[in-house]
Design a binder for this molecule. Structure first.
Ligand code: NAD
Length: 542
């Protein structure tokens, strides 16, 4: 076979399309949306390169129109999960031996398929399944997923090039092999890009994968699988199972060949999975890698020197885009008293200008929250805030689930910095604001640091550099992604590697070489050219 040190294409971020009225991309995505919305699909499991129908099905409905059905998907039982594991282990034999450039080519091709022929479809699927408006769908399902796929290939090449020093008489080489066994990807509903990236990046590094998508993301997960298939991911390398998460996870984690968990979702679930892995630790052939990106209670702190209009915009965009269902969404804010009347005025004006409804009407900034469970939970917190004397709703507070799961973007102002919604992750369009006395900035930073168990994202807005420095130092452990004079959302692959610590995750930074390093095991090979033939060292001489 011909050899060479191949340069991978230099990764560049996929440009975000505008979808302005009359643009060709807007017409194309609306056409795809209408056609998909008005037909029904049946989504099978995908095991060993085959569609598996189990006959045990559940219906799929858009959150913004929950009585409308767009299809069904099939649920796995234990035997399907076991088959997926056996299949993956068989596929590993050839996949792990395939030259890396072949794996790179497959995922680079997947990126180009999404950038081109699948773009409208994956965006429309994300608008239907997860109720994203077109802009939120575009930055997630198209651009971020493309970026993950392209940049990961570059990071893989960077990792392989990381080699130790050698000498004239000994050559030291490090090889990066996939984990022994199979890996498990468990993905959340809220980002199509994360759903695609978690299994893909492990497979890129030579691993085989069982992928369990969220029940609320099956429709767009199907498009991802179609792309992977067309890009040439071989049978058995990524196997998709839907269904009871507890049964699927127990089956996977009880296999002695389980070697890595790549999880994104809520903190409680991740901790439970970690516990189960611990309980099974004596059964595994190798110590499993555990990577989890989980919940957040992301903050905005404004200093008295901040510009109130900028603070208001950071709050409004940071808290309400995609209905606050981003792990990075701002959900608590600390505003100095001297800025509050201006910030309040701008926030209320902005929120009142939002239109809410189906993503098909592109003038809607806000659409529905993901499902009834989320709707009911959010409505409960809103009702509680209406009843509590230490909380006041200054805008929003309405909700209606008759057609879709619509929650009005809601701003709660509290006089109690330990109010429940200052530390609980709600995962919806609700932000709670605490107004502090201007001269208690240092104490407020301490509050920000200590109020929640999470440490995912946070932002400081100020013009005074001393205030910025103070916040950057005081909040060092409070956020894995820290923003100065910006909203705390919108991380871009290759620019702001993403992840948090404390209860927000293992901080292995999705979209970075650091993350990919978790999916390989290294072997050092030392080759000596002139092998010694006498044990005696010179110092032993008389
Ligand atoms: P979730 O925890 O409900 O579900 C995530 C995945 O775990 C799904 O596939 C689900 O089916 C599975 N799951 C649920 N219960 C399980 C169980 N008992 N055993 C095994 N698997 C189980 O989360 P979600 O509602 O899909 O997503 C929202 C959450 O994800 C939020 O907490 C958000 O902060 C977090 N999130 C974090 C990041 C990040 O990068 N830190 C990114 C996106 C989402």
């Amino acid at each position: 076979m011909g050899k060479g040190f191949f340069n991978v294409p230099i990764a560049v971020n996929e440009p975000v399309k505008g979808y302005a009225p009359g643009s060709p991309e807007r017409d194309a995505v609306l056409k795809a949306y209408k056609s998909m919305y008005n037909s029904k699909i049946d989504v099978p499991l995908y095991i060993n390169g085959r569609d598996v129908v189990t006959g045990n099905t559940r219906t799929m409905s858009p959150p913004h129109d929950h009585k409308h059905e767009v299809g069904t998907y099939h649920l796995a039982d234990k035997s399907h999960v076991e088959e997926a594991i056996a299949t993956a282990l068989e596929a590993r034999k050839s996949w792990s031996q395939l030259p890396w450039e072949q794996r790179a080519a497959i995922f680079l091709k997947a990126a180009e398929l999404i950038a081109g022929p699948y773009r409208d479809k994956i965006n429309a699927a994300t608008m239907i399944a997860q109720s994203k408006n077109i802009y939120q769908a575009e930055i997630d399902a198209a651009c971020e997923l493309i970026d993950f796929l392209r940049f990961n290939v570059q990071y893989m090449a960077d990792i392989y090039m990381e080699q130790p020093e050698s000498t004239n008489d000994a050559w030291n080489r490090v090889e990066y092999r996939p984990l022994e066994g199979f890996t498990y990807a468990v993905t959340p509903f809220n980002f199509t890009a994360i759903a695609g990236n978690l299994p893909a990046c492990m497979a890129l590094m030579g691993n085989v994968v069982i992928w369990k998508p969220s029940d609320s993301q099956v429709y767009s997960a199907k498009v991802i699988m179609d792309v992977f298939k067309e890009a040439g991911v071989p049978a058995g390398v990524i196997n998709v199972v839907f269904g009871d998460p507890v049964m699927i996870t127990e089956t996977v984690l009880s296999s002695p060949d389980f070697s890595g968990l790549h999880f994104t979702g809520s903190t409680f679930v991740f901790k439970e999975l970690w516990k189960q892995i611990g309980m099974n630790i004596h059964n595994y052939k190798t110590y499993p890698r555990i990577v989890g990106e989980t919940g957040g209670k992301d903050f905005i702190v404004a200093h008295k020197t901040a510009n109130p209009k900028q603070v208001a915009t950071a709050i409004v965009r940071g808290a309400f885009e995609f209905q606050g269902q981003k792990c990075s969404a701002a959900s608590r804010a600390y505003i100095p008293k001297s800025l509050w009347s201006d910030v309040k005025k701008y926030v209320i004006e902005d929120v009142k200008s939002f239109k809410m409804g189906s993503p098909e009407d592109m003038s809607n900034f806000i659409t529905a929250v993901i499902h009834e469970g989320s709707f009911d939970k959010l409505a409960k917190y809103i009702d509680q805030a209406k009843a509590d004397s230490d909380a006041e709703i200054i805008v929003g507070g309405g909700y209606d689930k008759s057609k879709g799961y619509f929650i009005e973007p809601t701003v709660i102002v509290t006089t109690n910095p330990q109010y429940k919604t200052m530390y609980t992750e709600l995962f919806g369009p609700i932000i709670t604001i605490y107004i502090y006395e201007d001269d208690t900035y240092s104490e407020t930073l301490k509050l920000v640091d200590e109020t929640s168990e999470y440490a995912l994202t946070g932002a400081i807005l100020a013009t005074d550099r001393t205030a910025i420095t103070k916040a950057t130092t005081a909040l060092q452990n409070s956020a894995g992604n820290f923003y100065i004079n910006d909203k705390p959302t919108g991380a871009v692959v290759g620019q702001q590697p993403f992840g948090g610590a404390r209860s927000s995750g293992t901080n292995d930074k999705a979209g970075s070489a650091q993350n990919l390093m978790r999916w390989v095991s290294t072997r050092l090979i030392k080759e000596t050219f002139v092998t010694p033939t006498d044990y005696r060292y010179p110092f032993l001489g008389e």
